[in-house]
Design a protein around this ligand. Structure first.
Ligand code: SAH
Length: 286
């Protein structure tokens, strides 16, 4: 069923008494061309499983089902069950799970839903709810070690933060955390006119390809992440002040450490690369 056609989508929603819910970021894609491009760029093929987050009314799900071995589609909104079951009836390789993605162990669920005896090869493809984009990205990068890739549509401004270079206003925790785990690629920009209802922002599709190992070696991952969170919460603080307070050391001591690393004490965290920040934290933990 062409749920990518606005009129078909609207009449299906009417039939089931469904209205788009803002709190769950329900903006449904109604542009067939964009849907086709996303599903084909996702790399889905008959040997691979696909996990979709937020299938909504199933527009993207149908395309992924045609291309994949199986699709696990996870949505928080149980009122979508009836229309989704209707739309996806022709596809026997789709499993629906109604749950909050942030509370789901994706890999465990994939094995369980398809009754597999080992972890299959899989990718992730989704037009995700924009209000929880960052938590979803962190959740996937930290908890989906076997995914081959993730192709995610998000608000354009968030995509810009992901691919940002050091020194600019977009560069920050999200840039560093994604680059720690994955290579990222901007696939396309998508106009707000491609959605029903039309959101207030434009969108972009970013592809994540996880690295075999994190991009930099850190002595203590938790401390490293905690340092990044603290430093980028106070972006106007100098790196000297951030180091002195985070590691509870004197400014003199912190300054000597920074000078050994070739980092100027008055630099801001956003001027430092992932590599510099990793060697900085390693040095303070010595
Ligand atoms: N993929 C569809 C719908 C995208 S809208 C399309 O492109 O048309 C975002 C979807 O994410 C909605 O269906 C919404 O119900 C779902 N969603 C919102 N919060 C969620 C959460 N925490 N876990 C899983 N799904 C969620």
């Amino acid at each position: 069923m062409q749920t990518s056609s606005p009129s078909v989508l609207r009449s299906l929603m009417e039939q089931y008494g469904i209205y788009p819910k803002k709190r769950w970021g329900q903006n449904f894609l109604v542009d067939n061309n964009i849907l086709q491009r996303i599903s084909s760029l996702s790399g889905a093929h008959p040997g691979l499983y696909t996990v979709e987050i937020g299938p909504g009314m199933g527009a993207l799900t149908q395309l992924l089902a045609q291309q994949s071995r199986g699709v696990l589609a996870i949505d928080i909104d149980v009122s979508l069950r009836a229309p989704l079951e209707q739309v996806l009836a022709p596809f026997s390789n789709v499993k629906l799970l109604f749950a909050d993605i942030l509370k789901v162990n994706v890999e465990q669920e994939l094995v369980r839903q398809f009754n597999l005896d080992q972890m299959p090869e899989y990718t992730i493809c989704a037009n995700i709810p924009y209000n929880i984009t960052t938590p979803i990205i962190f959740h996937l990068l930290e908890n989906c070690p076997h995914m081959q890739g993730a192709t995610l549509m998000m608000q354009k401004e968030v995509a810009q933060r992901i691919i940002a270079a050091p020194g600019g206003k977009d560069y920050g925790l999200l840039t560093l955390m994604t680059s720690y785990y994955a290579d990222t690629r901007w696939l396309m920009t998508v106009s707000r006119n491609c959605f029903y209802p039309r959101p207030d922002v434009d969108s972009a599709v970013v592809q994540f390809t996880p690295l075999p190992q994190p991009r930099v070696q850190v002595q203590d991952e938790e401390v490293f992440k905690a340092f990044l969170r603290t430093a980028f919460q106070m972006r106007r603080k100098t790196i000297l002040n951030s180091c002195a307070s985070f590691f509870s050391v004197s400014k003199d001591y912190a300054q000597t450490k920074l000078e050994h690393l070739g980092i100027k004490p008055n630099q801001r965290p956003e001027e430092l690369s992932l590599e510099e920040l990793a060697s900085l934290v390693n040095r303070f933990l010595e």
